[in-house]
Write a protein that binds this ligand. Structure first.
Ligand code: PLP
Length: 494
C-alpha cells in the first residue's frame, strides 16, 4: 500500500515536470501578443520596403546550417534575423512586382490572414462528418470555379497543393474512366504539343504510364495545337490498332500564353470518344476578363481542367484546383469505398475531399482563397487580370517600335516573347547579355526561352504588383541596355 502510494506520487511528479516543459507548446496570451506583434512588424517591414528590395539576391542561404535545430529555443529576434538574412533575401523575390519571368506568383495579404486563421483553428477538412463547415467552404469555392468555367452541376473537384498535383488527380481520374490497365498502356495514345507543360509527361511517369505513346501535334504560328493535324494522327492511330485516350490542351501555355482552339478540340474529343483535358494553370482565371472569356470559350466542354489560384488569382504558393466534369469519374478514382461515399452524399449532398483526392488529413486550404474573395469580392481580381492583359498589349506595342526587335507572336494573354536581332555578331549571345543587363538592374527579373535554336526573352505579366510604372521602367531598361550592348560591340571591334 505504502509502496504503491509512493510510486503513484512519483509518477504524478514526473508527469507534472513534462507538463510544465511541454506547456511551452501553448504560449500564454501575453506571450502570444508579444510574439505575434514582432512577427506582424517583420511582415510590415517586408511589405513596406518591397519597392526598394532586390528582385534577385545571389545569397544562397547557407548560414542556415550554422543555425541548426537544437533542444533549446532561441530568441524570436534572432530567429527573425536569420529568416531575413538567409531566406527572405536569398534568390528570387516572388513578392515583388518586378517578377516578370517564368510564370509569376502571387501572395496577397488577405490570404496570409486566411492561412493564419486556418492554422489556429486547424479544422479537419478531409471528412465531412468531422468538419462539415470546412468541407462546405471548400465546396463553395469549387462551385464558384465550376460556374466560372461553365461546367455542369454534375461536376466536382478538389483543392490541391498546386497545378502538378491537380494534373495528377485529373489523369488518374481519366485513366480510371477509360478502365485502362497496365496491359493497355503501350497502346494508349496521348496528344499534346511541344508547348504542353512538362508536368503532364511527369505525371504520366508517376502514374506508371510512361510506356504510353505521346504524339506531339504540330502547332500554328501562335503555338496553338493544329486540330487538322490532330485529327489525322488520331485516324492513323486508330487504323494501326492503337488506343487514342487523351487530348491535353492548354489554356495559356507557359512559354507564350497561347490558348489552344478549345472548341474545335472538344468536338474532336467527343467524336473520337477521347478524354479532353485542359491545362489552365496559368490562363484559367483570365475567364474573369472579357478577352479571356472569348479566347477560352470551349473550356466548358472539357472532361477535366486544372487551374492555379497561386498564379492567376494571386494567392500565395500552395493552391491548385482540379475540376472533373462528371463527378462519378472523380469518386470512382479516389473513393476507397464507393458504397459508403454514396451513403454520405445521400445524407447531405457534400463530397468529402478524402473521397475526391489522394489525401486524407490535409491542410485546410480554403480560407486562403475564401477570405480574400469574401472581403474584397471578385471585382479587384477581374480588374487586376484586365490590367495584366492591357499591360502586355502596351508592352507589345511599345516593343514593336524598337528597331530590330522581333516578336515571337502576338500575345494571346499576358506573355510577350521577343528578341533583339543585332546587325552584327551572335544574336543569342546578344540576347543573353540583354537578359543579364536587365537583371543587373536588380529591380526586374525576366526569363528566356528557346525557339528554333534562337534565344528569346519573355515578359510574363501576371503579378498583382506589376503596374504601368514598372512596365515603362522595363522598356527604358531595354532601350538603355541595347544601346550599351551595341556600343560594347563597336568597342570590342576597335
Ligand atoms: C505552372 C504550370 C503548371 C504546373 O503547376 P504547379 O502549380 O507549378 O505545379 C502546369 N501547367 C502550366 C501551363 C503552368 O503554367
Amino acid at each position: 500500500m505504502q509502496k504503491d502510494l509512493g510510486f503513484r506520487n512519483k509518477l504524478i511528479q514526473q508527469i507534472k515536470e513534462h507538463e510544465e516543459k511541454s506547456s511551452e507548446l501553448d504560449p500564454s496570451p501575453a506571450t502570444r501578443e508579444q510574439i505575434a506583434r514582432q512577427v506582424f512588424y517583420y511582415a510590415e517591414d517586408f511589405l513596406n520596403t518591397l519597392e526598394d528590395s532586390e528582385i534577385y539576391n545571389p545569397n544562397d542561404g547557407k548560414g542556415l546550417y550554422d543555425f541548426p535545430i537544437t533542444n533549446d529555443g532561441e530568441d524570436l529576434s534572432k530567429v527573425l534575423k536569420v529568416l531575413k538574412d538567409e531566406v527572405d533575401t536569398s534568390g528570387l523575390n516572388p513578392a515583388s512586382g518586378g517578377y516578370i519571368g517564368y510564370i509569376p506568383g502571387g501572395g496577397i495579404y488577405y490570404s496570409a490572414l486566411g492561412d493564419y486563421l486556418a492554422d489556429i483553428t486547424n479544422r479537419y477538412s478531409g471528412i465531412y462528418f468531422l468538419g462539415p463547415g470546412a468541407v462546405k467552404m471548400e465546396n463553395v469555392l469549387l462551385k464558384w470555379i465550376i460556374d466560372l468555367v461553365g461546367f455542369p452541376k454534375t461536376s466536382a473537384g478538389s483543392l490541391t497543393s498546386g497545378g502538378t498535383a491537380a494534373t495528377l488527380t485529373a489523369l488518374i481520374a481519366a485513366r480510371e474512366a477509360f478502365k485502362l490497365k497496365s496491359c493497355d498502356f503501350a497502346k494508349t495514345v496521348i496528344y499534346l504539343t511541344q508547348q504542353t507543360h512538362h508536368c503532364l509527361t511527369k505525371t504520366l511517369k508517376i502514374i506508371g504510364m510512361s510506356e504510353a505513346i505521346i504524339r506531339n501535334v504540330p502547332t500554328d504560328q501562335h503555338f496553338r495545337m493544329n486540330p487538322l493535324a490532330l485529327q489525322g494522327m488520331i485516324e492513323e492511330d486508330l487504323q494501326s490498332g492503337l488506343r487514342p485516350w487523351l487530348i491535353a490542351a492548354s489554356a495559356g501555355t507557359t512559354d507564350f500564353g497561347s490558348v489552344d482552339p478549345l472548341t474545335t478540340l472538344s468536338i474532336l474529343a467527343k467524336n473520337y470518344k477521347l478524354w479532353f483535358h485542359v491545362d489552365a494553370a496559368y490562363g484559367g482565371f483570365f475567364l474573369l476578363t472579357k478577352v479571356g472569356k472569348r479566347t477560352m470559350a470551349g473550356i466548358s466542354s472539357a472532361d477535366s481542367i486544372i487551374l492555379d489560384p497561386h498564379k492567376s488569382l494571386f494567392i500565395p504558393y500552395g493552391l491548385g484546383v482540379v475540376l472533373i466534369r462528371n463527378k462519378r469519374n472523380l469518386i470512382q478514382a479516389y473513393s476507397y469505398d464507393e458504397a459508403s461515399y454514396l451513403k454520405d452524399t445521400e445524407r447531405d449532398g457534400e463530397i468529402s475531399p478524402h473521397h475526391s483526392s489522394l489525401e486524407l488529413t490535409r491542410h485546410f486550404r480554403a480560407p486562403r482563397l475564401w477570405l480574400p474573395l469574401k472581403l474584397i469580392g471578385v471585382k479587384p481580381f477581374s480588374a487586376a487580370l484586365e490590367e495584366k492583359l492591357l499591360l502586355a498589349k502596351y508592352f507589345y506595342e511599345s516593343i514593336k517600335e524598337i528597331k530590330n526587335m522581333e516578336l515571337a507572336c502576338e500575345p494571346q494573354l499576358s506573355i510577350v516573347v521577343f528578341r533583339y536581332v543585332p546587325k552584327h555578331g551572335d544574336a543569342n549571345e546578344f540576347n543573353l547579355n540583354l537578359l543579364k543587363g536587365l537583371r543587373a538592374s536588380r529591380r526586374v527579373f525576366l526569363s528566356s526561352t528557346i525557339l528554333n535554336k534562337k534565344i528569346y526573352l519573355r515578359f510574363a505579366c501576371l503579378h498583382f504588383r506589376t503596374h504601368l510604372k514598372l512596365v515603362d521602367h522595363v522598356l527604358m531598361l531595354l532601350r538603355e541596355n541595347i544601346q550599351q550592348l551595341k556600343a560594347d560591340q563597336i568597342f570590342s571591334k576597335i
